[in-house]
Ligand binder design. Structure first.
Ligand SMILES: CC(C)(COP(=O)(O)OP(=O)(O)OC[C@H]1O[C@@H](n2cnc3c(N)ncnc32)[C@H](O)[C@@H]1OP(=O)(O)O)[C@@H](O)C(=O)NCCC(=O)NCCS
Length: 180
């Protein structure tokens, strides 16, 4: 039994992949995921949180949680990666996008649980998000990141993203992917 594995109405199917002998399910987020999303952010290391939120977010507010879990599949979208631990579904990664500066641009973010980093999960979550974006007419994805985030730099390179300096902040860079 997969507690939250039902298909979401707006968004698409769950896909299982094996990573290092563990089955990881990647599926659209849904409103019932509030508690696993909250647990996921709570368990992130200070370093991961620092890079993801560009600052000191420790816990998501109720409003943030609600927004993060209630995607519409068009302006907003998110995929989560989950595993089964002691009969419970546990979130180990997420990729998401939100509206960008123009109608066909979106701003994305990816986070993988510390224990799961460097095993290809970030790239998998990114590919799923990019495919969804392509299917929904999105022309460009971009992400503002701290310039010293080596993992994100490696992931962006793997995904063929271009890198530009953030004109507003010397400590930040903007990764960008044109979607054909
Ligand atoms: C950035 C992040 C999403 C990458 O996810 P991931 O699952 O670790 O990435 P992957 O395993 O798919 O690997 C992507 C690249 O990052 C490198 N990498 C990832 N984690 C690494 C680690 N702990 N040590 C060294 N390299 C690492 C991989 O080697 C790979 O590079 P390659 O293509 O040159 O081999 C993840 O590290 C993360 O969540 N970091 C904290 C939050 C964050 O910075 N998010 C991005 C801002 S939104």
């Amino acid at each position: 039994v997969w507690p939250n594995g039902e298909e979401s109405k707006v968004t698409g199917k769950a896909i299982d992949t094996e990573i290092g002998g563990t089955i990881v399910r990647i599926r659209p987020i849904c409103p019932a995921d509030r508690h696993i999303e909250a647990d996921f952010v709570r368990r992130l290391s200070p370093g991961a949180r620092h890079y993801r939120f560009l600052g000191g977010v420790h816990e998501l507010s109720d409003e943030q949680l609600e927004a993060f879990c209630s995607v519409d599949g068009e302006q907003t979208m998110a995929f989560i990666a989950t595993v089964q631990e002691d009969g419970e579904e546990v979130e180990v990664g997420v990729s998401r996008y939100a509206p960008g500066a123009t109608e066909d641009h979106r701003e994305f973010a990816i986070t993988v649980a510390d224990d799961w980093q460097d095993r290809g999960l970030g790239a998998e979550l990114a590919r799923r998000l990019i495919a969804h974006a392509r299917d929904h007419g999105v022309k460009r994805l971009h992400s503002v990141e701290l310039a010293d985030n080596a993992f994100m730099r490696a992931l962006a390179a793997e995904l063929g993203m271009s890198t530009n300096r953030d004109p507003n902040d010397v400590h930040q860079v903007i990764y960008s992917l044109s979607i054909q």
